[in-house]
Design a protein. Structure first.
Length: 135
C-alpha cells in the first residue's frame, strides 16, 4: 500500500495554492522514481490532479475531520490508481484479470484509509509549518 496519497489529502486540506501543487507533484515524482518504472510522471500527474480536485471543493462542503480524511483518502486511492493505469495504458489488462485487480485495489484502499489517521495526527505540525512559511 502507498500511504503517500494520505499525505496528498492532508496537504490539500491545509496547504492551498502553488506550494501544494508543487509538493504533490514532487511526492508523485518520488513515487515514480521509487517504483523504477520506465515512464516518469504518471503518479505525479495523478497526485496533482487529485490535489486540484480536493482543493477545488469548497470547505463548506466538508470539515477537516478524521472521518473526512479517511473518506477522501479512500476515494483518492481509487482515483489516483485509475489515473495512473490510464496514463500507463495498463487499463487493457483490466479486462483479463479484473478479479485480481479489484481484490488488490480494495486491499490498497482499505489499508491506506486505515493508515491515514496516523498521518492525520501530524496535522498540527503541518499546519504550523505551513503558517511559518507563509503558505
Amino acid at each position: 500500500p502507498n500511504p503517500s496519497i494520505a499525505w496528498i489529502t492532508m496537504l490539500a486540506f491545509f496547504v492551498q495554492g502553488i506550494h501544494g501543487v508543487l509538493l504533490s507533484w514532487f511526492v508523485g515524482l518520488m513515487l515514480d522514481w521509487s517504483t523504477a518504472s520506465h515512464i516518469v510522471g504518471p503518479w505525479a500527474a495523478a497526485y496533482v490532479l487529485f490535489y486540484i480536485v480536493i482543493v477545488s471543493i469548497p470547505t463548506k462542503v466538508y470539515h477537516h475531520s478524521l472521518a473526512n480524511m479517511i473518506i477522501f483518502t479512500a476515494i483518492g486511492c481509487f482515483f489516483t490508481d485509475l489515473i495512473h493505469d490510464l496514463l500507463v495504458f495498463e487499463s487493457w489488462m483490466l479486462v483479463f484479470r479484473i478479479d485480481e485487480v479489484m481484490y488488490e485495489s480494495l486491499y490498497r484502499i482499505v489499508t491506506v484509509a486505515l493508515i491515514s489517521p496516523m498521518i492525520y495526527s501530524c496535522r498540527p505540525l503541518i499546519a504550523r509549518r505551513a503558517r511559518s512559511y507563509g503558505w
